[in-house]
Ligand binder design. Structure first.
Ligand code: PLP
Length: 489
């Protein structure tokens, strides 16, 4: 979660007149849309280091938005009714295959995002093995949370294997975790949390040896790594990799709502498709979890990827990577990067308990640099995450200067401490036994009280994050779900 960056204008209630009679002045709604938009973190400028990606090319962004509007009303439900969308999907899949070393005969599907691509990869691996009654997947502890969501949705047990000291998948430990129920192995290129690439070649050998599928989650790296010669083998060119996901709404710099899921061959993909003729209406035929789906994001991605092209992406990838390396090299003591950046991601921890990295996050945000807090998990300390955009390179000196100031400010403020009694209570609470009223109390205690549907987040999140940090992951999850429930009532 991100603290409010704009405390002068935090009214998220839309109080616009709903009366849409012919006298309605549409400009009223335009003005209201602009006001609402101003509540959000900036999507441009290169200093929002999570959620959004900025190529620094407003001309290409503009083309993408035109395409989004032009195709926003079209429907990918039926490719025979909208052949334009089929044609653009084929072009996007072809480009994704070219960028990710896909062998001849590969196939792909455009989905709505990384999570949907991962959900489908897991569902497909499960359904390809009807002989396995209690399916499981072996995933490194750094695998994206979307795999846990897939486990939850599809009843595929996630067998989580701790990563090694270098934060990479531990192939021997994963091998030991495979059994007769395993339908899928997972590797990341790179992992979101630490930005390191798992040993995909070794995982591929393991997958072939044990006869299981291997999905490479290249959602965040797949449009960058093709252009960085430093990257270890990571893609569909590696023997044993059966599927790969790459998100265009990240480093292809397209409007939100587009990812590509590739499979090595059509037979591997087939269980992904769904048809239903068992009702009196049209035979529903879907390649993704959605049925009706807007052509807008797809068309926008088609336009933006054509406009940047291979050479444009090579330059954008180099710029974002250079921003990451420049930043990592300048991280001041007592902060340290968790791993040298292999793509465009940086995670920073603190060596000194007096300089609390979660306070540094708040200080950076107060200076207009929207970095992301990652809570401590297992042996991994709390970190500050930055996903660098190409546009970040233009402001990197200011970001580094702000980091130096933020470290000094955090040292002066000191670490956020949690009352030991409270910490003990948070550790020992079993969320399953808590009532709705208990959650109301805990949410208020955490400073997250939702005020009439508004996210009443404090401007500084370090206190909230410190409290969440002492809670077990299960309690964190339940508390934040209760918060979201109240926000959306
Ligand atoms: C490695 C990785 N996988 C999956 C996802 C999920 O993607 P989305 O947020 O588009 O669903 C992300 C998002 O950051 C990611 O970095």
């Amino acid at each position: 979660m991100t603290a409010h960056h704009n405390d002068t204008n935090t009214d998220t209630n839309t109080d616009t007149n709903n009366d849409t009679d012919t006298d309605t002045d549409l400009d009223t709604f335009r003005t209201e849309l602009q006001r609402l938009r101003s509540l959000d973190v900036p999507t441009h400028g290169g200093s929002t280091f999570a959620y959004v990606y900025d190529s620094g090319r407003p001309d290409v962004d503009g083309l993408g938005l035109e395409a989004l509007a032009m195709f926003g009303e079209s429907n990918g439900l039926d490719p025979t009714a909208f052949p334009s969308l089929l044609a653009m999907e084929r072009d996007l899949v072809a480009m994704a295959g070219e960028f990710t070393g896909a062998p001849a005969g590969f196939v792909g599907t455009v989905t709505s995002g990384g999570t949907e691509s991962i959900l489908l990869a897991v569902q497909t691996a499960r359904d390809a093995r009807p002989d396995v009654s209690n399916p499981s997947m072996v995933i490194p502890s750094t695998a994206h949370a979307a795999f846990h969501k897939a486990a939850h949705y599809f009843g595929v047990r996630a067998v989580v294997v701790p990563v090694g000291a270098d934060h990479r998948a531990d192939v021997d430990a994963m091998a030991a975790a495979i059994d007769g129920s395993t339908v899928l192995l997972v590797g990341s290129a790179p992992s979101y949390a630490h930005g390191v690439i798992d040993p995909i070649e070794a995982l591929g050998r393991l997958a072939l040896d044990r006869g299981v599928r291997l999905h490479v989650d290249a959602c965040i790296g797949g449009w960058v790594l093709p252009f960085l010669d430093t990257a270890a083998p990571w893609n569909l060119g590696v023997a044993g990799v059966t599927s790969l996901s790459v998100d265009l709404h990240k480093y292809a710099y397209t409007p939100k709502g587009v990812s590509v899921l590739l499979h090595r061959d059509p037979s591997l993909r087939l269980p992904q498709f769904f048809a239903c003729a068992d009702w009196p209406g049209y035979t529903m035929l879907n390649s993704t979890t959605q049925s009706t789906r807007s052509g807008g994001p797809l068309a926008a991605a088609w336009a933006v990827t054509r406009a940047h092209g291979r050479s444009g992406y090579a330059e954008l990838a180099r710029r974002a990577h250079r921003a990451a390396v420049t930043f990592a090299d300048a991280v001041p003591e007592p902060l340290e990067v968790v791993a040298a950046p292999e793509s465009t991601l940086v995670a920073v921890a603190s060596r000194d308990p007096q300089v609390d990295v979660l306070v540094v996050v708040d200080e950076m945000q107060a200076r207009g640099h929207y970095v992301q807090a990652q809570l401590a998990y297992g042996d991994t300390p709390a970190t500050m995450h930055l996903s660098m955009s190409a546009a970040s390179l233009d402001v990197i000196d200011a970001v580094i200067a702000a980091l130096r100031e933020s470290v000094e400010a955090a040292r002066e403020l000191g670490p956020v401490t949690v009352d030991p009694g409270l910490a003990e209570a948070a550790r020992s609470l079993d969320p399953a036994t808590l009532s709705d009223a208990d959650f109301d109390g805990l949410i208020a205690l955490a400073g997250l009280a939702a005020d009439g549907g508004q996210p009443a987040l404090p401007t500084r999140m370090a206190e909230v994050n410190a409290l969440l940090s002492v809670a077990t992951p299960a309690l964190r999850e339940r508390l934040l779900v209760a918060f979201l429930d109240r926000l959306t009532r």
